[in-house]
Design a protein around this ligand. Structure first.
Ligand code: GDP
Length: 192
């Protein structure tokens, strides 16, 4: 069943987000397929475009479900062109959110199923673990991997994240693979 997500607000600081009983956050490198995945989970074409609107890409974007549970779309990391000062601002915003947000239950770290994990993905995973922030890896765009290469790719991606393959959610927003399982999982997590 699609997640009935409604966009609520964008904020620069987590203190400006509404209170939540339970929340799941999405984070990942720019272009990893985050907007496409959120749209697929909600079965809405335009939803996460909100987050991709210029000016909002660098903010925390919050969506709510009818259950009252919330989803936060975090700005993508790894834009090579972003100057150091802005990167530092990104870090402070994201780290503040991840460390201090009340009600945050799980961080979904999106990793490109074809090429991941990147160095930045591994840094993010290490940082989350070091700080005791619960996280799950979601491997995106798995339709881009040839079926003859899939087993090896899954093994390589999992090893790169220091995880077992079974701990990772494998999805394709364009083909729909893994989407229903993820919808069920998130609905359960986001029902207080
Ligand atoms: P974001 O920057 O993380 O929000 O990434 P987008 O959702 O905008 O996707 C980046 C690019 O990857 C776009 O060209 C998408 O069409 C493509 N993409 C996203 N998800 C998939 C997928 O599941 N399969 C394939 N083949 N391409 C995808």
């Amino acid at each position: 069943m699609p997640l009935q997500l409604t966009f609520v607000t964008s904020a620069k600081h987590h203190a400006d987000l509404p209170d939540t009983p339970c929340e799941v956050a999405f984070v990942g490198r720019s272009n990893v397929g985050k907007s496409s995945l959120i749209n697929a989970l909600a079965n809405q074409r335009q939803l996460a475009r909100v987050s991709n609107t210029p000016g909002r890409t660098q903010l925390l974007n919050l969506f709510v479900l009818p259950t009252g549970g919330t989803v936060v779309d975090l700005p993508g990391y790894g834009y090579a062109k972003v100057p150091g000062r802005e990167r530092a601002g990104w870090r402070a915003m994201i780290e503040g959110y991840l460390l201090e947000r009340e009600g945050l239950d799980l961080v979904l770290v999106l990793v490109d199923g074809e090429i991941g994990p990147t160095k930045l993905d591994v840094q993010m995973l290490d940082w989350l673990s070091a700080n005791g922030v619960p996280n799950t890896v979601v491997a995106t765009k798995i339709d881009k991997v040839k079926s003859s290469k899939l087993a090896a790719r899954r093994k390589e991606l999992a090893a790169g994240c220091s995880l077992e393959q079974g701990d990772i959610m494998w999805v394709s927003a364009s083909k729909g693979a893994g989407i229903e399982a993820m919808q069920r999982h998130l609905l359960a997590l986001l029902t207080p």
